[in-house]
Design a protein around this ligand. Structure first.
Ligand code: SME
Length: 160
């Protein structure tokens, strides 16, 4: 059984502890669905004020919803649509303090107010995106972005 340890200390310390849990969770497994499922569950339960955590996986044409925690979400996102498409297209993490102010934001859960989307690339190859939504405006700061980018990198590494 996998047990989680409560996070404490500064935010970077909390993310370092969470990254250690992610390493343990993904250790020895390379299946992209299994690892995305467990990672979504771990992060959703470890961090406060989130209403959706999950993966959109690239099928060669567009992003297709993968494992997640939260309410049912839109299934397919073209690369020219939404915050997820922007992350995949620009290869840059999208940190959106107010989703209502983001042109083209796709509202899957009307409770979402802020969003962080980390693009997942294995070298030049787009794997998908790691998407987190919060019901609070400006839920994600630079520490969250750095911590979640490090966790996303562990996911990509696990696929090898
Ligand atoms: N808001 C995202 C769509 C996915 S949901 O948040 C789960 C977007 O604009 O790409």
């Amino acid at each position: 059984m996998f047990t989680t340890t409560p996070l404490d200390g500064s935010k970077p310390e909390q993310y370092a502890a969470l990254a250690a849990q992610v390493r343990a969770l993904l250790d020895g497994e390379a299946d992209r669905i299994a690892n995305a499922a467990n990672l979504s569950a771990l992060v959703y339960h470890a961090l406060p004020d989130l209403n959706w955590v999950g993966f959109y996986l690239f099928d060669g044409t567009e992003l297709v919803v993968g494992p997640f925690q939260g309410l049912p979400a839109c299934v397919r996102i073209p690369l020219d649509k939404g915050v997820c498409g922007a992350a995949a297209r620009t290869r840059q993490t999208q940190r959106v303090d107010d989703v209502h102010a983001f042109p083209g934001h796709i509202a899957c859960d009307s409770a979402s107010r802020s969003e962080l989307v980390v693009p997942l690339f294995a070298g030049e190859q787009l794997v998908g995106v790691f998407d987190l939504d919060s019901p609070l405006p400006a839920r994600f700061d630079a520490d969250d972005q750095a911590g979640l980018e490090a966790i996303a990198a562990l996911y990509v590494e696990s696929l090898r």
